[in-house]
Design a binder for this molecule. Structure first.
Ligand code: IMP
Ligand code: MG
Length: 207
């Protein structure tokens, strides 16, 4: 047993010396906009706001995935109201940092929304196209109420008249990644929210 422990300790040491430096998505970040602790603290506040707003109600929480995955996972654990969770997948209409076309629903929800208090959750409100489209769609299902909650709001970029009911942080017009937000499906695992280094936003191999 003792020999086994020594062997694995030795292997670990060898590993440290022979492998490439560990991948760290933070290396690709130019600057951090919202750090991990600030996100955690704001989520606690947001949780309190939602618990108060929905006191005595049973809520249908609909996350727009993939972007809202991390946010919704942490946020619902701050909620002390009865809720059901479902997800909707909306086409990613950008492969780079620019919007391309109208968002399209690719994967529908399973929950029945008629007569329910519906809270839609997304990672970021940018042009407003995604949330206004999803909201319109859900409104047609005759919910008792329909509200939206976003982690980030890039207010200067709106192309449709749409505001979220609950907002985590208002941020400047910069392309951000982390805490669920991606660039080409990468960087979602970052615990903070940051701006990619400019040379990585449109890598030459993409042109
Ligand atoms: P909107 O439809 O323009 O409001 O954009 C909403 C969607 O675009 C979000 O759910 C994100 O997936 C994506 N998006 C917008 N801005 C950013 C950004 O700065 N970083 C990563 N994704 C973004
Ligand atoms: Mg998204």
């Amino acid at each position: 047993m003792e020999r086994l422990v020594i062997c694995s300790a030795l292997l670990n040491t060898l590993d440290m010396h022979t492998t490439e430096p560990a991948y760290n998505p933070l290396d690709d970040i130019d600057h951090i906009l919202v750090d991990e602790i600030t996100i955690k603290n704001r989520l606690k506040e947001l949780g309190r706001e939602l618990n108060e707003a929905y006191q005595g109600r049973d809520v249908a929480v609909i996350a727009i995935i993939n972007g809202a995955i991390i946010f919704v996972a942490d946020l619902i654990r701050e909620l002390s109201i009865p809720l059901q969770l479902d997800c909707i997948r909306v086409s990613s209409y950008r492969d780079d940092t620019k919007p391309m076309q109208e968002p399209e629903v690719i994967d529908k929800i399973r929950l029945e929304l008629k007569g329910r208090h519906v809270l839609i959750i997304d990672d970021i409100l940018d042009s407003g196209n995604t949330l206004s489209r999803v909201s319109q769609m859900f409104q047609a299902m005759e919910p008792a109420s329909l509200k939206t909650c976003v982690l980030l709001d890039k207010k200067t970029k709106r192309s449709v008249d749409f505001e979220a009911d609950f907002v985590g942080f208002r941020i400047p017009d910069e392309f951000v990644v982390g805490y669920g937000l991606d660039f080409a499906e990468r960087y979602r695992q970052l615990p903070c929210i940051g701006v990619l280094r400019p040379e990585l936003q449109n890598p030459p191999e993409w042109s």
